[in-house]
Design a protein around this ligand. Structure first.
Ligand code: NAD
Length: 340
């Protein structure tokens, strides 16, 4: 039976990446019944909002969505549609795996780190206002026992289900004594329920340095919202950049799969962006749907194409202006061919 999945192309480079990913996923042999939904700046005129209710209703009904990036105006304009989807559907856990790939030159080989980012609280609660307009502004950082307990439990459950050995809590509890003090206290309490998995903690600045110098010492990282956003981009950089970094958002019964990267407007419509991050987000989705064999087929094919190095986009070439780089569509074609 076909899996009914909400498909949100997004904007910027989103539509071309989602199209490439859709073709690759369908070539894996799994049948999909796509429920295509538009969101972002382009639907403002029609619906008066960048996130129409029908989009959320579709995700609620189908339980699973694959999503391209959506642009957020900087400083002014509407609030992030991406954050709004996560909050509206209470997608509290953001999973961002970073695993080295043969063929991508990096400082450290064999990196394999999973960032679990709290997705609904912290500084992304969006509670901010001008204190004196143009002079001072204030943002409120929310950390709750409930929010921390469920994200840390998610990290340990993920570690247990995926044979990982260590969970590290990332925080700034030395300075943010109330908020991150609570985060660390609750993390330590939850860790006691998982004696089979090691637990430690790191202050976020030290964590950043250690990830650059000794990434092999780390396994699963659990972070409050903003630190998780920053640290996961750092981890993407360790394995080849945003072009190969997949992501997933999980709630109680819903899951939305999307790359870590944004809409890169400067490359929109140019058939230039790397589809790997979106395709690997699709691999996470296949695993979530119980399609393990198809997930392995797609991932192995993507890794083979990257290892071979011929049919890859500009960002995976040793020099960014390498004329032998292929486009989004051609890289997806090569992955489909490798699968066959
Ligand atoms: P970005 O991730 O869009 O781009 C940063 C840089 O990374 C780009 O200039 C490009 O060089 C590179 N890059 C990103 N994706 C790539 C790909 N697939 N292939 C090759 N190179 C790639 O980040 P940004 O420029 O900070 O943000 C652009 C817009 O995207 C903003 O409006 C931002 O709010 C939004 N955004 C959306 C999401 C999301 O939809 N979940 C996430 C992050 C940013």
């Amino acid at each position: 039976m076909a899996h009914r999945v909400t498909l949100i192309p997004g904007d910027g480079i989103g539509p071309e990446l989602i199209e490439a990913t859709r073709r690759v996923l369908e070539a894996s042999g799994v049948a999909f019944d796509w429920d295509i939904m538009d969101a972002g700046a382009d639907v403002m005129e029609q619906y008066g909002t960048p996130l129409p209710d029908v989009v959320l209703e579709s995700i609620r009904a189908n339980g699973v969505a694959l999503k391209g990036p959506i642009t957020t105006p900087i400083g002014t304009g509407f609030r992030s549609v991406n954050v709004a989807i996560r909050k509206a559907l209470d997608l509290y856990a953001n999973l961002r795996p970073s695993r080295s790939m043969e063929g991508i030159p990096v400082c450290h080989p064999d990196v394999d780190i999973v960032v679990v980012r709290e997705n609904t609280e912290g500084l992304y609660a969006g509670i901010e206002h001008d204190v004196i307009p143009g002079e001072a502004a204030e943002s409120i950082r929310i950390i709750t026992r409930r929010g921390t307990e469920r994200i840390v439990r998610f990290a340990f459950e993920y570690a247990r289900a995926n044979d990982r050995r260590l969970v590290t809590a990332v925080h700034k509890a030395n300075i943010l004594k109330a908020t991150d003090g609570l985060f660390l206290k609750v993390a330590r309490e939850v860790a006691q329920d998982y004696p089979d998995i090691e637990f430690n903690d790191r202050i976020v600045d030290n964590m950043s340095m250690q990830l650059v110098q000794r990434p092999h010492e780390y396994d699963v990282l659990v972070c409050p919202n903003l630190f998780g956003d920053v640290i996961s981009d750092l981890c993407s950089g360790l394995v080849g950049g945003l072009g190969v970094a997949p992501g997933a958002n999980f709630g109680q019964d819903l899951a939305v799969f999307e790359p870590v990267h944004g809409s890169a407007p400067k490359y929109a419509g140019q058939n230039k962006a790397n589809p790997t991050a979106t395709i690997l987000s699709g691999v996470l989705m296949l695993r979530h749907l119980g399609e393990k064999a198809a997930a392995d087929r797609v991932e192995d094919a993507a890794r083979a194409v990257i290892a071979e190095g011929a049919n890859v986009t500009y960002d995976l070439k040793p020099k960014r202006d390498d004329p032998s780089a292929v486009g989004t569509k051609e890289m997806a074609d090569a992955i489909i061919t490798a699968m066959r």
